[in-house]
Every structure is written in structure tokens, then in C-alpha cells.
Design a protein around this ligand. Structure first.
Ligand code: CO
Length: 504
């Protein structure tokens, strides 16, 4: 038996889960070479939140980030997370946008694309899988794990089988909330392994404190690969730590073959970086603990903190317990969706409204309506008739694949941003996050067009020496530089250079 493979998440999910995806490319660059030499199965480096945070907060072009990482990571596969037909955005896109996005992701260096849908509706995953295969990428189909009366082992096995039929190269079981407990993981992985022949990878979070145990049981059941984070950026809401897994599996049939000494060099690098996050307040050490509510209420940790703030805004903080009890009821009414973006927000908000208004479904946001209507895809269980009637009235539900209702949109989007286009990929950034991308493009353009008024000494010296050199090589020049005039410190470099040129 070959060893267990490890995907390192420090460049994506680890910092997404701990510090709201704020790790900058400058903090990654010095360690990429070492990461590349570890022998990981893959490095997860990109996803919806990285894309968003790059453009919105870090003033980085996410495509450029991918290219930079690719240029330094030469041996290890790069991996990303893609929200199926939602790509890295928050709504369904037309197939032409999905295909173009996947094409560009692979062209810019992505190897493995993990594709999921919040409802596990395979119709929302298929276009992305096909596009990935067409571009020569590794398409990893994803089954989102959740707990409900309809999510039996057979249900998950059927989901996995459908992904295989679509051409998935491997299957990921994605436990976004740390709900998968060790012995359940054993049963789940065993059931899927018995029914599909492609590799299985398990993704979980340490939120509820069971994740490393879950990995061990999953590995015993035949799980081929696991997602871990280097220890300083592990645990809490992040992934299980890499080094203890490597040490635990060493000299067993599951030996990862990774070198603990090399891994410790990676942790040495990230430890002070983590400290800086703690001292700046970016990393709240509260997220590093065990969240028991995740086990009791089966609600993702992030969703609970959202709830608390929603309740505070409605001056209803005392209704917390009541809302916690309402969540499973709303989830049942909405066909037991797994709770992950965007369904976690939809169910959570509806539960708050049901409690705060004192009447269930008195207020129904358009997202709730969309979910009940089928705009996000097919829910795991049918929506009860009385709920559908109450929320939709006489409106007809959507029963086809939601993206079938969207006409091709790429050309239209391209025409909207033609004035800012500097690379093909810009149209995709704009398609996914219109306002955010436009603001980024404007800033980028302004930066390029701004006359250089750099007071950087090196640059001034370079310009002066270039100008002097140009005069010296000019044999007809009657001008000899007799003395260098004192340059005022505020004098722009280029006007200084121009002045020197005019002396010729
Ligand atoms: Co995750």
C-alpha cells in the first residue's frame, strides 16, 4: 500500500480560516521554494476567498499571485477550490464564463481543481469538471459532508458515483464545519471506497477538536489523501497540523514519506508570522480553541458568530438559544441543505427572522425564496408543500439546471470593462466581483498613469547616470558635464532627467 498523501493548505484555507484570508504574497514568497521541496501531494493556493481578499483588501491581482506562486513552485501540484457554477463568486454564471475561468486557471498554472456545490447538486458541478478535463487539469469532484435524516451513507455514495460518471479524477469529502467524527468518517470513507475506484481525499477543520482522529480513522478505511496545515497555522478553525500527522503515520503502511526536519523549517518560518497576526489583532486566539457548539448543534462555527452579530443588530441577543433551535427546523423546511456558503447564511438569516418577528416566514429574504424556488439547484430533500406554498405562493419552482436559464454572458461583460482591460483574465475578475474588480482596475490604472514622482534615491541616481552616460557617448556633444547642480529634494526625477537632456 502506498503512503497517505498530504495537501498543505497554508496558502489558502489555513489563513482563510484563521485570519480572514489576509496572508499577502510577500509573506508567502520566501518560503515557496522550501514548500516545493517537501514532497506534498499538492499545495492549496487559491479559492473564492483568496480571490476576493486579493482584490478587495490586499491590492493584489489574484491572477498575478497565481503566476508568481507557479513560477516558484515548480515540482508540486497547485490546487484550488471552486464553487461549481458559482466559480469564485456568489451566484450562478453562464457556462461560457465557467469554461473560460477554468481555462484561464489552468493556463496560469493550476493543476488540481476541487469543485463543489453547496447543495451537492451534480448539475452545478458538471460544466466545471468537463472544462477542467478539457484543459488537462485534474478535476476533483466534491461531496459536501453534512448530517441530516436524508444524508445516509447511500446518499453520499450516490453523490460520489455521479461525480465519477461526470469524469472526476478523484473525490473529496469536504467537511467544512468539522462535523465528521472519527468513526463516522471510517464508515463514510469505507462506503465510498467500496463503490468508486478513484482516490478519495478528506478535507476537514479542527473546529470541534476531533479532526486529527477523524483523519486516522478515515486513513484506516482507505482514505488516500488528507488536507493539513503546517502547525503554526493549524488547528482551531483551520486544518489539523501537518507534522503530528506525518509523525503518527511514520513507519506504518500509511507513511507519508515526508521529512519532519524539513517540515520544521516551514513551521519556523510561519511561527513569527503567526505571532505578528496575533499581536496585530488579525488572529483572534478565540478561534484556536475547541468549539463544542459545532458538535452539539451541527452548525459551522462561522455561522454561529454571524448569528450573534445579527441578533445584536436586532437588539435580540437574548434570543440566541431560540434561534439555535430554529436553525434545524428551517434547514428541514429548506430540504436539508449542507450548511456552507451561501446556504449557511440563508438558513441562519431566516432562522433569525422567524424568531425575531415572532412568526415563522413572516419575512422572507429573496435568498430564502431563491433557495426554495430552486434557483440554487436541487435541495437534498424535497421542500415540503406547505413551505413552498407559503414562500412562493403561485410562483413556479425552477426544476431545470439553474445555469440553463442564463444566456452566454462573457462578451457582454468584456464590453463593460474594455477601458480597464490589461490582460484577458480581467474580464473574469470583473465577472466575479464587479464592483470590487472595477475599483481595483481604477487604482491600477491610476498607478500606471501617475507621473513618477519617486523620491527614491536609487532611482534618481539611475536616471542621472543614464543621462550622463547618454551625453558621454554622444561624440558630437559639445557639452561637458562640468559640475552636477544641486538638485532640490522635491524635484521630480523625470523633470531632472529632462533638464539634463536639454543641456545637450
Ligand atoms: Co475548508
Amino acid at each position: 500500500m502506498s503512503g497517505v498523501k498530504i495537501t498543505e493548505t497554508v496558502l489558502r484555507d489555513a489563513h482563510q480560516s484563521l485570519i480572514a484570508t489576509r496572508m499577502k504574497i510577500d509573506e508567502m514568497l520566501p518560503i515557496l521554494d522550501k514548500l516545493d521541496n517537501i514532497g506534498y501531494h499538492s499545495l492549496e493556493a487559491w479559492g473564492g476567498a483568496t480571490f476576493d481578499a486579493c482584490l478587495r483588501f490586499l491590492d493584489e491581482d489574484p491572477w498575478e499571485r497565481l503566476r508568481i506562486i507557479r513560477s516558484k513552485v515548480k515540482k508540486t501540484k497547485l490546487q484550488m477550490l471552486l464553487r461549481g457554477q458559482n466559480l469564485l463568486g456568489y451566484k450562478n454564471y453562464a457556462d461560457d464564463v465557467v469554461e473560460y475561468f477554468v481555462q484561464k486557471a489552468v493556463a496560469n498554472g493550476m493543476d488540481i481543481i476541487r469543485i463543489f456545490d453547496a447543495l451537492n447538486d451534480p448539475r452545478n458541478i458538471e460544466t466545471a469538471i468537463k472544462a477542467c478535463k478539457k484543459e488537462g487539469g485534474h478535476a476533483q469532484g466534491t461531496v459536501c459532508y453534512t448530517i441530516s435524516p436524508v444524508h445516509s451513507l447511500q446518499h453520499f455514495v450516490d453523490d460520489a458515483r455521479q461525480l465519477v460518471d461526470m469524469g472526476a479524477d478523484s473525490i473529496c469529502i469536504k467537511d467544512m464545519a468539522g462535523l465528521l467524527k472519527p468513526f463516522a468518517a471510517y464508515e463514510l470513507v469505507k462506503a465510498i471506497k467500496e463503490n468508486v475506484k478513484i482516490p478519495i481525499q478528506l478535507h476537514t477543520h479542527y473546529t470541534s477538536g476531533v479532526a486529527s482522529m477523524t483523519y486516522i480513522k478515515a486513513i484506516e478505511a482507505g482514505c488516500d489523501a488528507i488536507d493539513c496545515a503546517i502547525s503554526p497555522m493549524a488547528m482551531g478553525t483551520s486544518q489539523p497540523p501537518t507534522e503530528p500527522m506525518v509523525a503518527t503515520l511514520k513507519d506504518t503502511p500509511y507513511d507519508t514519506g515526508l521529512d519532519l526536519n524539513l517540515l520544521s523549517e516551514i513551521s519556523d518560518y510561519f511561527r513569527p508570522i503567526k505571532e505578528s497576526y496575533v499581536s496585530s489583532g488579525l488572529l483572534d486566539i478565540k478561534v484556536m480553541g475547541v468549539d463544542v457548539n459545532a458538535l452539539i448543534y451541527q452548525v459551522p462555527g462561522g455561522m454561529l458568530s454571524n448569528l450573534v452579530s445579527q441578533l445584536k443588530q436586532s437588539n435580540a441577543a437574548d434570543k440566541y438559544e431560540e434561534v439555535l433551535k430554529e436553525i434545524p427546523k428551517v434547514r428541514a423546511d429548506f430540504g436539508y441543505p449542507p450548511l456552507v456558503t451561501p446556504t449557511s447564511q440563508i438558513v441562519g438569516t431566516q432562522a433569525v427572522l422567524n424568531v425575531v418577528t415572532g412568526e415563522r416566514y413572516k419575512m422572507v429574504p429573496k435568498e430564502s425564496k431563491g433557495l426554495v424556488k430552486g434557483e440554487y439547484g436541487k435541495t437534498p430533500a424535497p421542500i415540503p408543500d406547505e413551505i413552498r406554498k407559503k414562500i412562493l405562493g403561485d410562483e413556479k419552482p425552477v426544476t431545470c439546471r439553474p445555469a440553463d436559464l442564463i444566456a452566454p454572458e462573457l462578451e457582454n461583460i468584456r464590453s463593460q470593462i474594455s477601458e480597464y482591460m490589461e490582460q484577458d483574465e480581467d474580464v473574469l475578475s470583473y465577472a466575479l466581483l464587479p464592483q470590487v474588480a472595477e475599483a481595483f482596475f481604477k487604482k491600477r490604472k491610476a498607478k500606471r498613469e501617475k507621473p513618477v514622482e519617486n523620491k527614491n534615491d536609487e532611482e534618481i541616481a539611475a536616471v542621472i547616470s543614464a543621462a550622463v552616460a547618454a551625453m558621454e557617448t554622444d561624440s558630437d556633444s559639445r557639452l561637458v558635464v562640468k559640475s552636477i547642480r544641486r538638485i532640490s529634494q522635491t524635484s521630480p526625477v523625470w523633470s531632472t532627467a529632462g533638464r539634463l537632456q536639454r543641456q545637450r
